[in-house]
Design a protein around this ligand. Structure first.
Ligand SMILES: [Zn+2]
Length: 515
């Protein structure tokens, strides 16, 4: 369903931001909604459209537009729908969808076909969209999703290939008159539509499913799937029923969720809204509702229309597509390690916690640094390395720091692990490494950064510090425990940051006890 761009453009381009949270209207516990004495069960199905990462559009040689492109600059007779222009399928897009199918354990048909989906709307220059009706490129797959309740599986009904529509912009001209502008740059971009079975039961799982799907698409290089700029559009069908066994209730389609956080909040809100309606003796209206990030509510976009008759029929300008087993096998062989498998390996083989494995695998850049550093220093303690990647690296990366060179990064973590430099020195060197090339081994020697672990030297530093801090000693005697921390800090300073802080702490404590 791609028709609701009027609402989508009006409300859709808002950035995710911190907003006031409206009170929870009904407590949601593992998909059950309890309020007013009744307990209902939510049923959620999710439909996601993702722009594939290809060099050119789905059926023409136009380059994929960027936001910097002038409107209508990336067009040709085919994606403008001019009479007589013929489509040519994009092989890379087809291969990416076959790869998605392989990654989610779906079936790929030996022959597939293109269908025309007919409807009239200005964003669709031909008057129809080339899509796939009953022979999708992938069917019956699943994705493993981890939530606070544990690990579960979401079944995927189908994934098919189609072309994106143009973008409509509704503006007001200088004289106050209203104008609708059409930008055909997006028209004809390869679009993957992925539809789940109605397996989801709560907002958290829905969000996690969308996040996990994006991670999978990014990992296999099928898509960038940036929700914020519309490369990935999530729609949820939400309904309530009296029990797990009862027939499905009236469903509401929720759109315009522009971030994963919005997905979770919009679905939670919609479940609560329907529950409240039913509690009050009302009934749910079948309709399409949009999510408003500012008010954190859903609003009616359009009431149920008569069921669409898209008059699908086979696309006469394109022959059916034969997909050989050998082609599928070749694509499958090119798949990288998938997120679920990688997480399992990190836990089973490397001894990482499920949480750490999730953090590393959840951010492809972090996982690739972790892998590259391990390749450079196979003997490096995996847990220590994971802490550095999940902690220092991700924090710095989120602040916009550069990428550290993996070999030098491994050398740095190894030096900290061996106690050769202390953690503070390690962090300072890490910041330098992110800023540019650095030879860690050479720098430790040249700058004399090696940690002082020699007890004799540390004792001398500690004793000097203590002698120079009569007030801290008085505090300690008066029972102020924090004086110890202050003294260790002063001693670390006196060691020019090179002291072994743990040893210094022990030594200082011993000296204080002896006072
Ligand atoms: Zn074109």
């Amino acid at each position: 369903m791609l028709r609701d761009l009027r609402g989508a453009t009006r409300r859709g381009d808002r950035a995710d931001r911190q907003v006031r949270r409206t009170g929870a209207r009904g407590e949601i516990v593992s998909g059950k909604v309890a309020s007013g004495g009744s307990v209902r069960s939510a049923v959620i199905g999710i439909e996601i459209h993702v722009q594939l990462r290809t060099a050119t559009k789905m059926f023409c040689p136009c380059a994929i537009p960027t936001d910097a492109d002038e409107p209508n600059s990336r067009t040709c007779p085919t994606c403008l729908g001019l009479p007589g222009a013929l489509p040519t399928p994009n092989r890379a897009a087809i291969e990416k969808v076959i790869a998605v199918g392989a990654a989610i354990g779906a079936k790929t048909p030996s022959t597939t076909r293109w269908d025309r989906k007919n409807y009239f709307y200005p964003d669709l220059p031909k008057g129809y969209q080339i899509s796939q009706l009953d022979l999708p490129l992938a069917e019956h797959g699943s994705i493993e999703v981890t939530t606070s309740a544990g690990v579960g599986s979401v079944r995927i009904r189908r994934a098919h290939l189609e072309e994106d529509t143009a973008r409509l912009r509704h503006e007001r001209a200088g004289d106050g008159s209203r104008a609708s502008l059409i930008d055909y740059n997006r028209s004809g971009v390869a679009l993957l539509e992925i539809v789940t079975e109605p397996d989801l039961r709560d907002a958290e799982t829905s969000r996690r499913y969308a996040e996990e799907l994006r991670l999978l698409l990014r990992t296999i290089g099928a898509a960038d799937a940036e929700m914020e700029n519309g490369q990935m559009r999530v729609e949820a069908n939400v309904s309530l029923r009296d029990s797990e066994e009862a027939p499905f209730g009236t469903r509401v389609e929720v759109k315009n969720m522009n971030s994963f956080r919005s997905v979770e909040r919009a679905i939670a809100f919609e479940i609560a809204r329907q529950n409240e309606l039913l509690d009050a003796g009302g009934s749910v209206t079948q309709e399409t509702r949009g999510w408003d990030d500012t008010s954190e509510t859903t609003y009616t976009m359009r009431a149920k229309e008569d069921s669409h008759d898209y008059r699908y029929f086979p696309e006469p300008d394109l022959p059916p597509l034969a997909i050989s087993d050998a082609w599928i096998a070749e694509i499958r062989a090119r798949l990288p390690e998938l997120p679920a498998a990688r997480r399992a390996r990190y836990v089973a083989d490397l001894g990482l916690t499920a949480y750490d494995a999730g953090v590393l695998v959840g951010e492809p850049r972090a996982a690739s640094l972790f892998e590259a550093a391990r390749a450079a220093q196979p003997a490096l303690d995996a847990k220590l390395l994971a802490n550095w990647v999940a902690g220092e690296y991700l924090r710095a990366a989120n602040e916009g720091a550069g990428e550290p060179e993996p070999k030098q990064f491994a050398a740095l973590v190894a030096a900290v692990g061996a106690g050769e430099i202390n953690g503070a020195t390690g962090k300072a060197l890490f910041a330098e490494l992110c800023a540019g090339p650095l030879d860690i081994r050479a720098v430790i020697t040249e700058r004399g950064l090696a940690q002082i672990s020699d007890d004799g030297a540390l004792e001398a530093i500690a004793a000097e510090t203590l002698a120079a801090s009569p007030q801290a000693l008085a505090d300690w005697r008066a029972g102020k425990q924090q004086a110890l921390g202050f003294l260790v800090g002063q001693a670390m300073k006196a060691s020019k940051g090179r002291g072994n802080p743990a040893r210094l702490g022990e030594i200082m404590r011993r000296l204080l006890d002896a006072q």
